[in-house]
Design a protein around this ligand. Structure first.
Ligand code: ARG
Length: 291
């Protein structure tokens, strides 16, 4: 069962004045083992095909993440990895599930096209009935983040701006389009993370966004945790929160205290091998909401 721990946050600059007691809620996640993980092509600046990947280590790091979720009381479903799809471990990109409705993905790069169908087949086999095959490119939870009030939607590198209207129509949540401007932060989930969806609480790195999008974020989320560049560069925003525990890349040490001050429990993870593909905790984790 999830830890039912009530932390007493101490206020700090930028934190909500009355930070609420935190509570973990059980989640259902979809993950895909990195059995065929490799870096054979480069579709983001983190990927260097010249750098060797230690597959055994990647596997051990991924298993550690899976086991950590289970130890925290969450359910982890598994998608069968397919040969020839080395990025399939980044399961967050395969769909966006809200209220049990599955918005399928359509990948920007040829190398990942077939992953979309693999995800849709999994959902069909699992008995999901509301599955939408999208007309426009969207890379699932890579570019969509869910809070109680909004569907935050990234664009600029991968997901098409046209996918935003499609997502709003199918999921029935108001979409807030956000422009990503730095190629290191090519997906929304590399620059922004939902800490508490019920409370519309997020953390993000402003430098990843256009000035207008920064202003939108500041207006909608005045109490957000603002990440420093060094933590963003360690992919520290690629995090998963269950409402209390925040699993995040271990190198993003500058985020630990601000998270604790808000009453969260940072859970540092080492996914160093998967970082060579440009992904970390969140990229490996798709949340099945209401599924
Ligand atoms: N190599 C993958 C790509 O560039 C990494 C995807 C990371 N996933 C994510 N949700 N940000 O597509």
């Amino acid at each position: 069962m999830p830890t039912d721990h009530q932390a007493t946050p101490t206020p700090h600059r930028g934190a909500p004045r009355h930070a609420p007691g935190r509570r973990a809620t059980p989640r259902r996640y979809l993950m895909c083992p990195p059995a065929h993980f490799q870096v054979t092509y480069s579709i983001n600046p983190w990927m260097d095909p010249g750098k060797p990947v230690d597959l055994r280590l990647a596997q051990a790091q991924w298993e550690d993440l899976r086991d950590r979720y289970r130890a925290l009381g969450h359910t982890v479903e598994l998608l069968t990895p397919r040969p020839g799809l080395p990025d399939m471990v980044f399961a967050a990109n395969g769909a966006t599930v809200v209220d049990g409705r599955v918005l399928g993905a359509r990948f920007a790069y040829r190398e990942r096209h077939e992953e979309a169908a693999a995800h849709r087949e999994w959902f069909r086999a699992e008995g999901f009935t509301e599955i939408h095959e999208p007309a426009h490119v969207n890379e699932g939870e890579g570019d969509f983040a869910v809070t109680a009030s909004y569907l935050l939607a990234g664009r600029g590198f991968r997901s098409s701006p046209l996918s935003h209207g499609e997502a709003q129509e199918f999921l029935g949540r108001p979409v807030i389009g956000l422009d990503l401007v730095d190629p290191r932060y090519y997906h929304l989930d590399t620059a922004l993370s939902v800490l508490d969806e019920a409370g519309d609480e997020i953390m993000y790195y402003p430098g990843a966004f256009s000035p207008g999008s920064r202003a939108v974020l500041a207006r909608l989320f005045p109490d957000a945790l603002i990440a420093e560049e060094a933590d963003a560069a360690a992919l520290g925003l690629n995090a998963v929160s269950d409402g209390l525990h925040v699993l995040l890349p271990q190198a993003a040490t500058g985020l630990f205290d601000p998270l604790r001050e808000r009453g969260f429990v940072p859970v540092p993870m080492d996914l160093g091998e998967l970082l060579k593909g440009g992904g970390s905790v969140k990229c490996c984790t798709q949340e099945l909401r209401g599924g």
